[in-house]
Design a binder for this molecule. Structure first.
Ligand SMILES: Cc1cc2nc3c(=O)[nH]c(=O)nc-3n(C[C@H](O)[C@H](O)[C@H](O)COP(=O)(O)O)c2cc1C
Ligand code: SF4
Ligand code: SF4
Length: 264
């Protein structure tokens, strides 16, 4: 194994951080990094058996984010090895890693390892923190350990065809996707907003435009909270009774720290 490609979807940056940390610690030469949210998604068709791909996505409602799937399914491989990772906000990952295994296998990859990691929940706030500031130093150390396990497995098994299937937890049919109300999305405090455009740049679904004020298309908003977390002036606010109920439930029931798990 010589080279490495990274593929991820990561509106609030936790999945990107974890995938990069795992990748860096494999010691392989990074040749491509693909963000599934990009319009000009750079289709990466590395099929060499000498190249490892690491694919990471966050968990949305126990599944993979729908907005990432169109680009994800464009990947094509001829049985080259892939490591699959999902990052969840300390509630549960349900069927998301199994879904990622199925999709990457359908794309032609050979799954050699999987892992679930924890990232700060998109709906975490200072008042109701859920997995706040994760991945933290301990998680990044775990990324290193995972990378070591991957490289030693690949060294031990030169013939990937002989590898036994990696068993991933989850159920099929998968959990039903949650329907988000299109009338609810983050709002802008126009008294603070200086129309800097950061929210437009970070929105993975192009739901935001700036005309006289910041306009949000509720049909396109996936509630990812990137605009809220990255607005440099705290002018994007996501506060309504539905999201507040979700935040209370997460804070009350899912505040106890969970740890990453590997599937080799
Ligand atoms: C719409 C939505 C649904 C989510 N559903 C779940 C979930 O089912 N379980 C969970 O533990 N975290 C859930 N999360 C939290 C994210 O998985 C978590 O914050 C992750 O770290 C976000 O990844 P990112 O920083 O790469 O965007 C959800 C977040 C969003 C925005
Ligand atoms: S990032 Fe914040 S300040 Fe900048 S345009 Fe968007 S809402 Fe306004
Ligand atoms: S508008 Fe919606 S989809 Fe776009 S960044 Fe904000 S929360 Fe995410």
């Amino acid at each position: 194994m010589e080279t490495l490609s990274l593929v991820y979807y990561s509106p609030t940056g936790t999945t990107q951080k974890i995938v990069r940390e795992i990748g860096q610690n494999t010691g392989l030469k990074l040749i491509a990094e693909n963000n599934l949210a990009e319009n000009n998604f750079n289709l990466q068709t590395e099929t060499s058996n000498n190249s490892l791909t690491i694919i990471g996505l966050p968990v949305y409602g126990g599944r993979l984010p729908l907005a990432a799937l169109e680009n994800l399914k464009k990947l094509k491989s001829n049985q080259s090895p892939v490591v699959i990772v999902v990052v969840y906000g300390n509630r549960d990952f349900d069927d998301a890693l199994l879904e990622l295994k199925q999709i990457t296998s359908d794309c032609g990859f050979k799954v050699v390892a999987g892992a679930v990691f924890i990232g700060e929940h998109s709906y975490s706030t200072d008042e109701k923190p859920v997995a706040k500031d994760r991945p933290d130093a301990k998680d990044l150390e775990t990324c290193k350990n995972f990378a070591k396990k991957i490289t030693s497995k690949l060294k031990r098994n030169k013939n990937l065809n002989k590898l036994s299937e990696v068993v991933i937890p989850g159920n099929f049919p998968y959990k039903e996707r949650n329907q988000l109300p299109v009338t609810l999305y983050p709002e802008t405090n126009n008294a603070i907003c200086n129309q800097c455009g950061t929210c437009v740049d970070v929105c993975p679904t192009n739901a935001i435009t700036i005309e006289d004020t910041v306009i949000t298309n509720g049909e396109l908003c996936t509630w990812c909270c990137a605009c809220v977390k990255y607005c440099p002036h705290e002018a994007r606010i996501f506060s309504n009774s539905t999201i507040n109920t979700i935040q209370n439930r997460l804070y009350q029931n899912f505040s106890t720290r969970k740890e990453p798990v590997f599937f080799m």
